[in-house]
Design a protein around this ligand. Structure first.
Ligand SMILES: *[C@@H]1O[C@H](CO)[C@@H](O)[C@H](O)[C@H]1NC(C)=O
Ligand SMILES: *[C@@H]1O[C@H](CO)[C@@H](O)[C@H](O)[C@H]1NC(C)=O
Ligand SMILES: *[C@@H]1O[C@H](CO)[C@@H](O)[C@H](O)[C@H]1NC(C)=O
Ligand SMILES: *[C@@H]1O[C@H](CO)[C@@H](O)[C@H](O)[C@H]1NC(C)=O
Ligand SMILES: [Cu+2]
Length: 560
């Protein structure tokens, strides 16, 4: 374990070569101060927002237990009824809440009649717990109908995230929920409003849309804010309450399908304090754009006249994320305590469109990746429409087999996977930095997400990324970042977490069509790092029996 409770021990951990280099002048402020409305940079027990969470995190000894039941239901999120798949009969699923350093223990039961499922806890590092990552075909076999699995892992990071199914396009039909890990922050606030899931929403089940294998993004009808929206006068707007004079923390997540979401709140700028699970130097803006899978924590000060204000949500538009029937930007209502009911009449800020990421984000805990020993390894993204629609990395669409997850190969001592598993071995030991040039030669931008790590974005641009200069001084660090069409990013990460980790485009249609690879990180050390795998093995037995019981069973897509 890397958890070292004492302040002195923390300095030791930072001094060791095991982790990213901390920039020396940023001394730790892990004094005895305690988190409160005017001391949000503090945490407790010698931890603060200055703590390097990859080197040190609390060990609280506390475990939070949750039960998530996966079932089909007919629901109307925007006034239009359709079949959905949801957690505990609600949408979004319940918020999983814990403190930094707590353990989460979540039992997922599968009450679907005809689909498996596996649940991924987006952005959680799963340090030495690869078998809890919820990536079927890689870290587990799917949970068969009527079966359950208990996921146990530690919250080594803090902030905002979400969980979702990784079984084909299942999450796009409703299997999403939010995660809130309480911890310190880089700006003060009085009230934590919690996590808001936002997504583009289709009236046709996404499994049905997928069956037609669309090459271009299909049309979304609505954009949901906190599970609700208005469509053709039906449904209702989400309402978020502001207390006059107070500073509010709002945790925004794009749990979406295709759309880049551009958001703003009339009359109220955002102070942005975290991207994904990474606290950043606060900056102020009137609008933010979130790619699928990304999160931003923002502070909103209720310093305007008591009234109702529109929260605007626009989409990227154009060719990048497809046509959207909803052309207005009225996304939700922010209502001051004491304001009369009724729709706002507030004036919007200018809202951008397009498919790109926020720029200029500066991680608060300044860390530098190691230097590359060789040129970054290229991962070339392409769309091949010569026979159907295939999304490829280095000319291969990932296609995993639900009955033969990567961890099973590793358990058997086999470290070479079938070609279509798109496995890439990282054989080095801890403190091996690897650099990957993701070159996007496909016609669309892609939000690239890595499991098991926060990565460092050391280059980002248009054209060819071959030979470009790398920024190794405290670059943007996060778990999801866009690569533009006709452009590139170079990402780096430290192989400090043995396991099989998926790197993929987070647009369900694209990963379903093959846009992913998996890193087999320090393969010979994986089994030793993970401990008990009996649950993993039992899960594969019941899943394989389920597949065998269905004549002509077919995955239908990449499985992811
Ligand atoms: C999963 O369920 C959907 C409908 O909910 C169905 O269209 C699809 O074929 C099922 N896929 C598999 C592989 O079980
Ligand atoms: C989201 O919806 C839930 C359920 O209605 C509500 O309890 C919560 O306060 C809402 N969150 C925000 C930020 O509006
Ligand atoms: C992909 O295939 C094309 C032609 O089929 C070939 O020219 C190209 O070199 C291949 N690229 C990689 C990365 O293998
Ligand atoms: C691993 O070994 C077991 C027992 O021999 C076998 O049933 C299984 O198919 C093997 N798995 C893989 C992925 O090779
Ligand atoms: Cu994509």
């Amino acid at each position: 374990m890397y958890s070292l409770p004492a302040v002195g021990a923390c300095l030791l951990a930072l001094a060791s070569s095991t982790f990213a280099t901390a920039i020396p002048h940023l001394a730790e402020r892990d004094s005895a101060c305690t988190n409160g409305p005017s001391t949000r940079s503090c945490w407790k027990d010698g931890f603060s927002v200055s703590t390097n969470p990859y080197a040190k995190f609390p060990d609280t000894g506390k475990t939070f237990q949750y039960h998530l039941d996966v079932s089909k239901k007919t629901m109307a999120f925007d006034g239009v009824s359709r079949e959905v798949q949801v957690f505990n009969g609600q949408y979004p699923g319940p918020t999983l809440e814990a403190d930094w350093g707590d353990t989460l223990q979540i039992t997922v039961s599968n009450s679907l009649p005809d689909n498996g499922t596996s649940i991924h806890w987006h952005g959680l590092r799963q340090l030495n717990s690869n078998q809890m990552d919820g990536t079927n075909g890689i870290t587990e076999c799917p949970i068969a109908p009527g079966q359950s699995k208990t996921y146990t892992f530690k919250a080594t990071q803090y902030g905002t995230s979400w969980y979702h199914s990784h079984y084909s396009v299942q999450y796009a039909d409703g299997l999403v929920g939010t995660i809130k890990i309480n911890g310190p922050a880089t700006a003060n606030y009085d009230i934590d409003l919690g996590v808001v899931a936002m997504t583009d929403w289709f009236h046709t089940p996404v499994f049905t849309i997928l069956a037609s294998r669309p090459a271009a993004p299909p049309t979304a009808q609505s954009v949901l804010y906190n599970g609700t929206s208005v469509y053709n006068g039906q449904g209702k707007y989400g309402v978020t309450t502001l207390t006059p004079g107070k500073k509010h923390l709002l945790r925004l997540v794009n749990t979406g399908i295709n759309a880049y979401l551009h958001v703003s709140l009339d009359g109220h700028p955002f102070t942005v304090i975290a991207n994904d699970f990474v606290p950043i130097k606060p900056y102020t803006t009137t609008q933010l754009v979130l790619a699928v899978g990304q999160r931003y924590d923002v502070v909103i000060e209720a310093n305007q006249p008591v009234a109702n204000y529109w929260f605007r949500i626009g989409t990227g538009g154009g060719q990048c994320d497809g046509p959207n029937e909803k052309t207005d930007t009225q996304g939700a209502i922010f209502s001051y305590v004491g304001a009369p009911s009724g729709n706002p009449t507030s004036t919007p800020y200018t809202l951008s469109t397009g498919c790109f990421d926020e720029t200029g984000l500066v991680p608060f805990v300044a860390l530098n990746p190691g230097s590359p020993a060789t040129a970054p390894t290229e991962l070339d993204l392409t769309l091949d429409v010569s026979a159907g629609v295939a999304w490829k990395v280095n000319n291969e669409s990932i296609l995993i087999d639900w009955t033969k997850p990567t961890l099973q190969y590793i358990e058997n001592g086999t470290y070479t996977l079938p070609k279509t598993d798109n496995g890439i071995t990282i054989a080095g030991g801890v403190d091996t930095w690897t650099f990957w040039l993701i070159q996007n030669d496909s016609p669309l931008p892609h939000p690239i997400h890595l499991h098991g790590h926060d990565f460092y974005v050391v280059a980002d641009g248009t054209g060819s990324g071959t030979g470009v200069a790398l920024n190794l001084q405290n670059p943007i660090r996060r778990d999801t970042h866009t690569v533009a069409n006709g452009g590139y990013i170079v990402i780096a990460f430290n192989s400090d977490n043995p396991g099989a980790w998926l790197l993929h485009c987070h647009i369900p249609f694209h990963i379903s069509g093959g846009l992913g690879v998996q890193f087999i990180e320090r393969p010979t050390e994986v089994i030793g790092a993970l401990g008990d795998l009996s649950g993993f093995n039992d899960g594969c037995k019941t899943w394989t029996a389920f597949e065998n019981s269905i004549p002509g069973f077919s995955q239908g897509d990449s499985g992811l």
